[in-house]
Every structure is written in C-alpha cells, then in structure tokens.
Design a protein around this ligand. Structure first.
Ligand SMILES: Nc1ncnc2c1ncn2[C@@H]1O[C@H](COP(=O)(O)OP(=O)(O)OP(=O)(O)O)[C@@H](O)[C@H]1O
Ligand SMILES: [Mg+2]
Length: 211
C-alpha cells in the first residue's frame, strides 16, 4: 500500500507521518517512511539543490524537472521495490505537491504537468492521499515556530519566504485535486491537536488496510 501525505508548509505532515509509521509498526506492519523531494541518495542530492535558499535564480521549468527527476529515481530505487516486498510505504509529499505548487500556485500548465506525471509514473498508482488542510497563516506560524528551533544550515526555507497568496494558491490546489479524485484523496482538518489528528488519520488508514 502506498500512502502519501500532502498539504501546505507547517500543516503537520512530517509530525503525522511519523506518528502513523510508529503506530503501524506497533501493530506489526512492515512500514517504510520516505519523503519528497528525497528518498534514496541521488534524490536527496537533488533535494539539496531544491531547498537551497541561495538558488533564487532557478526558473520554474528547471525546478519542475528536478522534482520529477528526483521522483523517477525515488520510485524505481525505493518505492516500487519496497511495495513489491509487501511493505506499506508512507511518503511525505509526492506528485500532487508538484501539481499544487508548480501548477496551481506557480501557474505552470496543468496539462503539461499531467503529461509529465504520466511520463514519469507510467501505470504507477497511489492508494491513498491524505491532505492535511490548514489555513495558511496557521501553517506558516507553525513552520516559523519550528524554524526558530533549528540552526540556519538546517532551515529549508526557500518556500517559507514566499508570499501568503502563493500558499493560498497551494492550499486551493490541493483542495481542487481532492475534489477531482475523491476515491484516492481524504481531506483532514489539520487544525486539530496532534493526537486527535493522529487518531483520525490512523482510523482512515486502518480502514483501508483492512479492505
Ligand atoms: N496538530 C498540531 N498542532 C499544533 N502544532 C503542530 C501540530 N502538528 C504539528 N505541529 C507543529 O508545527 C510545526 C510544523 O509541523 P511539521 O514539521 O510536521 O509540518 P510539515 O507539514 O511537515 O511542514 P513542511 O511542509 O514545512 O515540511 C512543528 O513545529 C510541529 O511540532
Ligand atoms: Mg515536513
């Protein structure tokens, strides 16, 4: 089973994916936790380029192709082999992030994105996508609170400096995607406490695992 977590910066994806992984492991499931951009070493190297605040000159097409380059490697080297072994793979962001950020928010053609997704993913299918939905201001506040705890080198804040309007467009993009693909997506209210949200997510996922 391949499950992805999506949502704006600071909505709680990393927090929740870790809690879910722990809980599923406790239940005896074989779980692999991974993230995008990233995963295997080549994809993590591409991540460094993408999150580097110094790369202000990066043009949107370059950014988009780097995300998909990292994703192609991630899929073949890590995701598919683990799914083949019968493991549950949990992924912190995946292809919908490209559509929400580069498509809905940066304005790249959704048609081109759909073409590129098909080219890279082929017949690969995501089983479940959880969108952690949160007002932009709250997400950015949470992300800012987290950033203050990190050293400068550890901050990955190229996006966190973007305008509020950009994040609003990302949020709307995710909600539009969820509306279009109701079978795969579940939108959850990320304003809940960490524990309440975790319980909700756990119940959604365990219901699908049992099917
Ligand atoms: N339900 C919650 N209520 C309040 N604070 C939360 C909640 N979930 C997470 N946080 C806090 O908000 C901050 C952001 O959470 P987290 O890093 O999990 O978000 P994220 O969606 O992974 O962000 P990013 O997209 O930037 O990776 C963290 O400091 C975390 O402890
Ligand atoms: Mg995160």
């Amino acid at each position: 089973m391949f499950i992805t977590f999506e949502g704006i910066e600071g909505c709680g994806k990393t927090t929740q994916i870790k809690l879910l992984a722990e809980r599923l492991k406790q239940q005896g499931y074989d779980v692999v936790l991974t993230r995008e951009p990233g995963g295997p070493p080549i994809s993590e190297k591409i991540r460094h380029i993408l999150v580097d605040a110094a790369n202000k000159e990066m043009v949107p097409t370059c950014e988009l192709l780097l995300y998909f380059a990292a994703r192609a490697q991630h899929l073949e080297e890590l995701i598919k082999p683990n799914l083949k072994k019968g493991r549950i793979v949990l992924c912190d962001r995946f292809v919908d992030a490209s559509v929400a950020y580069q498509g809905y928010a940066r304005g790249l053609s959704l048609k081109d994105l759909a073409w590129l997704s098909r080219y890279v993913l082929r017949d690969f299918k995501i089983d479940l996508t959880l969108v952690l939905d949160l007002p932009v201001k709250e997400g950015l506040q949470r992300a800012r609170g987290r950033a203050q705890k990190l050293t400068k080198a550890k901050r990955e804040d190229r996006f966190e400096n973007e305008k509020i309007a950009f994040h609003e467009a990302v949020r709307k993009g995710y909600l539009a995607l969820a509306k279009k693909n109701q079978r795969r997506f579940v939108v959850v209210d990320a304003a809940l406490s960490k524990d309440a949200l975790h319980d909700k997510i756990y119940h959604i996922v365990s219901a699908q695992i049992c099917v």
